[in-house]
Design a protein around this ligand. Structure first.
Ligand code: MG
Length: 388
């Protein structure tokens, strides 16, 4: 056909999203060529992926890891290697599937270089939404969401007339602990929290789903991605994860995108964008959906949700502070050092202690994140002593 293949860099290729991106690419070899891959520590899988896709450039996000790569493969390491890969002149599309604040600078580097970015890294927009969207506007680069909710919204917006959309309604599964008695939330164990009822995802986002921090971050993402004020973005708990989100129209009606939950659907959409995705990863059948339920968010069950939304209303570096504190607290929870309910305590305490300022540069945002991490670490130590 003579249509050149889309050349893709996958940052975070060994994680849940990254592996799905490569799964899609392997099924559409005439459409996609993988030109760069990065991992944090999983050198063995990174090496396998590089061999399988004939990739010549790989990077480790942190220190170099012991791994053997084929001849001619250039291996770099450290955060600057990720930024260089994100701006790779050979890449048409950068998939950012990095976890946490480490994703921010590579997103900025890709956008500065005018790349289309398929963004799975929520922190890029949560920490620095104004800066990131400005960088995209300046270079003419596009940000395409990978998150299922934002992907659904983008598809619904295509169905609305110009100026017809009046708001967004994001759906939330409620996470693995949505039915646990409130008094038992404190004793929730790590394996229970990591067993998500409807979506298969990485550990950080699965814990964030249990606290609904993830959904609050998605509200902030949606605000920047679609230019919708916070007050016009609602969230409903929808247990079945069949309705991936809604767009509210000016006449009060709603448009929704529905389907069986499989992350390869939004991932393929982002990879093919603006063209239509073709591979049917699901075959959604309404008769198998059963009853669909929609409930309001219970603020007592999900204090992290309100903390992040409050930080977003405060603006400036406050969302970066909340996100940094959450990243520390979630890691400490997964390591078994604090309880699930302590995550909100750490986020709230950090927001109270770290003064927010203007988010007028990447440096100011990253500085706020680092200060938040230091304070969150101190708060964790205090909690550990109580638990011990
Ligand atoms: Mg999501």
């Amino acid at each position: 056909m003579g249509v050149p293949r889309k050349r893709i860099v996958v940052l975070g290729s060994t994680g849940s999203i990254g592996r799905s991106v490569l799964d899609v690419a392997a099924r559409l070899p005439e459409s996609f060529e993988i030109v760069g891959l990065s991992a944090l520590t999983n050198g063995r899988l990174l090496s396998e992926q590089a061999t399988r896709f004939g990739v010549r450039r790989v990077a480790f996000g942190g220190p170099p890891q012991a791994a053997t790569f084929g001849p001619g493969v250039v291996v770099r390491s450290g955060p600057s290697a990720l930024e260089a890969m994100a701006a790779d002149p050979d890449a048409d599309l950068v998939v950012n599937a990095l976890v946490g604040a480490s994703g921010l600078r590579p997103t900025a580097a890709a956008l500065r270089a005018g790349k289309r970015v398929a963004l799975a890294n929520k922190e890029s927009l949560v920490m620095a939404g104004e800066i990131v969207t400005r960088l995209a506007a300046e270079s003419g680069a596009e940000i395409v969401p990978v998150d299922s909710e934002h992907s659904a919204i983008l598809r619904c917006l295509r169905a609305a007339a110009a100026g017809e959309a009046a708001g967004l309604v994001l759906t939330a599964s409620g996470g693995p602990l949505r039915d646990l008695p409130l008094a038992e939330m404190e004793a929730a164990r790590v394996p229970d929290v990591l067993a998500h009822p409807t979506w298969s995802m990485g550990a950080k986002v699965t814990v964030d789903s249990a606290t609904l921090m993830n959904k609050a971050m998605e509200v902030v993402e949606a605000r920047w991605l679609f230019g919708v004020p916070l007050d016009d973005i609602e969230v409903v708990v929808h247990r079945q994860s069949i309705v991936h989100s809604f767009v509210r129209l000016r006449d009060g009606s709603l448009i929704a995108h529905l389907g069986d939950p499989d992350m390869r659907v939004p991932i393929q959409f982002a990879m093919c964008y603006p063209d239509a995705p073709a591979l049917p990863f699901v075959r959604s059948r309404p008769e198998t959906f059963g009853s669909l339920s929609f409930e309001p968010v219970d603020p007592r069950r999900y204090p992290c949700f309100g903390l992040m939304i409050g930080a977003a209303r405060d603006g400036g570096t406050a969302p970066a502070v909340a996100a940094g504190a959450d990243e520390v607290a979630v890691a400490e929870f997964i390591a078994g050092r604090i309880r699930l309910t302590d995550i909100a305590r750490v986020v709230e305490g950090t927001l109270a202690r770290v003064e927010a300022g203007a988010a007028d540069s990447l440096e100011s945002v990253i500085d706020a994140d680092l200060r938040a991490r230091a304070v969150a670490g101190e708060l964790v130590l205090g909690i550990e002593r109580l638990v011990a």
